[in-house]
Design a protein around this ligand. Structure first.
Ligand code: FES
Length: 148
């Protein structure tokens, strides 16, 4: 392969990665919901975590609540039917909105990372994420925002 072919093939590979990677990312099924805003917090149905995978009932590990009343979204992680965490998707470094990538939240501004319980796993952030208490009531989750 000569230099010209190498450059042309390299450009084609870069272009295909640039064009295809957003499509591949969008194949992941992150679920966004708005929940129901009350005076003290948000209520969401546990059914929002249900999904059908290969014909079988399954549960999403997390979903994201976006609501016009919230300045930042909330990442809600399901650990079991009775254990959930709710994380404020505001980077503790300088306040950029985080991106959820499965079990991690990443900051597009300077690269900080947080785990699914809000603990810093990679700086420059040095504080954990703000979390909200989650109460499980029958088939609903109540996310207490009073300290938001
Ligand atoms: S604002 Fe998130 S790492 Fe700087």
């Amino acid at each position: 392969m000569n230099r010209r072919d190498f450059i042309m093939n390299g450009c084609a590979a870069c272009l295909s990665i640039t064009v295809l990677s957003p499509l591949l990312t969008s194949c992941k099924t992150t679920r966004y919901i708005s929940g129901t805003m009350g005076n003290d917090g948000l209520t969401i149905s546990k059914d929002e975590f249900k999904q059908i995978k290969k014909g079988n009932a399954a549960y999403r590990s997390f979903l994201i609540v976006r609501n016009d009343a919230l300045q930042y979204p909330i990442y809600v992680r399901r650990f079991s039917d009775t254990e959930y965490t709710a994380l404020w998707m505001r980077c503790s470094h300088q306040g950029a909105e985080l991106q959820a990538s499965g079990e991690y939240l990443q900051c597009p501004a300077h690269g900080s990372e947080f785990n699914n319980k809000g603990a810093v796993t990679n700086g420059p952030a040095d504080k954990n994420l703000r979390t909200f208490p989650v109460t499980v009531n029958d088939n609903e989750l109540f996310i207490d925002l009073r300290k938001a």
